[in-house]
Design a protein around this ligand. Structure first.
Ligand SMILES: Nc1ncnc2c1ncn2[C@@H]1O[C@H](COP(=O)(O)OP(=O)(O)OP(=O)(O)O)[C@@H](O)[C@H]1O
Length: 219
């Protein structure tokens, strides 16, 4: 993690967000811990993906904000449906994109160290044997694992994942949960939107939303 210990958490203060004037998040204030897995739960449409997008800096809140992001690198894995099915690139290309933000120049080439990190990330998700295949030829679950590998290759301080285990078989779900735990153990802040009861049970903290509002002590 770039050799830089980050101790304080990420703090959302009074975050509200809307689409086309319709408010979908209402004054969310919560702290997300470092070196831990936080799950974001709630019914369909509760605002989970929007909250993740606000933390990722992809959706601008209408009021409030997020503190503690300065100096932190972030990797974001969108919901599977948000990813085009037919990328004309190989699996290794997709995973390599995780290294792009670390290159000093935008036209820079990946060095041997970068390529090793990419292949290690693919191996951790058990998809290294697919490295030369076209990304678009993979099954949905294989693509999902490659996108998580791309995020791992970023070696980010903050990992944001939108339903990373949805639709995966038990072994693949377990593999992703183990990888996320290892990331938290190395000091990463992991925030995961999920409906997976096992992921919720194993998490260190939970942020539960109902109709865009934070609910304390959800059952
Ligand atoms: N791009 C958009 N434009 C307009 N409204 C949107 C957009 N994205 C989401 N919304 C609306 O915002 C609300 C929250 O959506 P969001 O995707 O954050 O919920 P979610 O909790 O992640 O749902 P799910 O579990 O179904 O993925 C919903 O009412 C949704 O219809």
């Amino acid at each position: 993690m770039a050799g830089r210990p980050v101790v304080s958490g990420i703090r959302l203060h009074d975050v509200s967000a809307e689409y086309d004037g319709a408010r979908v998040l209402h004054g969310i204030s919560v702290e997300v811990g470092t070196a831990a897995i936080t799950v974001v739960t709630g019914a369909n449409g509760a605002g989970k993906s929007t909250l993740l997008a606000v933390i990722a800096g992809l959706h601008r809140p209408t009021s409030g904000g997020v503190d503690g992001l300065d100096g932190r690198s972030a990797a974001y894995v969108p919901q599977r449906s948000a990813v085009p099915d037919r990328f004309p690139v190989t699996v290794r290309d997709v995973a390599s994109m995780g290294r792009w933000p670390t290159l000093r120049r935008w036209w820079g080439r990946l060095g041997a160290g970068d390529r090793r990190i990419v292949d290690e990330s693919l191996a951790r998700l058990d998809v290294l044997h697919l490295a030369g295949r076209s990304f678009g030829e993979l099954s949905g679950g294989q693509r999902q694992r490659v996108l998580v590998a791309q995020a791992l290759a970023r070696e980010a301080d903050l990992l944001l994942l939108d339903e990373p285990t949805v639709g995966l078989d038990r072994a693949a779900g377990l593999a992703i949960r183990e990888v996320l735990r290892a990331e938290a153990d190395r000091g990463a802040t992991v925030v995961e939107v999920t409906h997976d009861p096992v992921a919720v049970a194993e998490a260190d903290a939970r942020v539960h939303l109902e109709a865009g509002c934070l609910v304390e002590d959800p059952r």
